[in-house]
Design a protein. Structure first.
Length: 77
């Protein structure tokens, strides 16, 4: 069914865009540098670990979405 195919591809494209935006935001946060206050630095370092894990998961999902999009594109539809 062509309608379902288009809808699935559209959803993948939207998800890809969301993941790219999320990764861009994470990279901006990670590139921000540390506060001068030691307690704040400790919190920032904890947050960095969490952000790095979120980024890893988002990158894996993005790779999967791009793989699925490539399958759609190679199917010739």
């Amino acid at each position: 069914m062509a309608g379902g195919f288009i809808m699935d591809r559209k959803q993948l494209l939207e998800r890809r865009d969301e993941l790219i935006q999320r990764l861009d935001a994470i990279r901006r946060d990670l590139g921000g540098g540390l506060d001068r206050d030691l307690e704040e630095q400790a919190q920032q370092l904890e947050n960095q670990e969490a952000l790095m894990e979120i980024a890893r998961i988002a990158e894996a999902e993005l790779a999967e979405v791009e793989r699925k999009l490539a399958e759609f594109d190679s199917s010739g539809d």
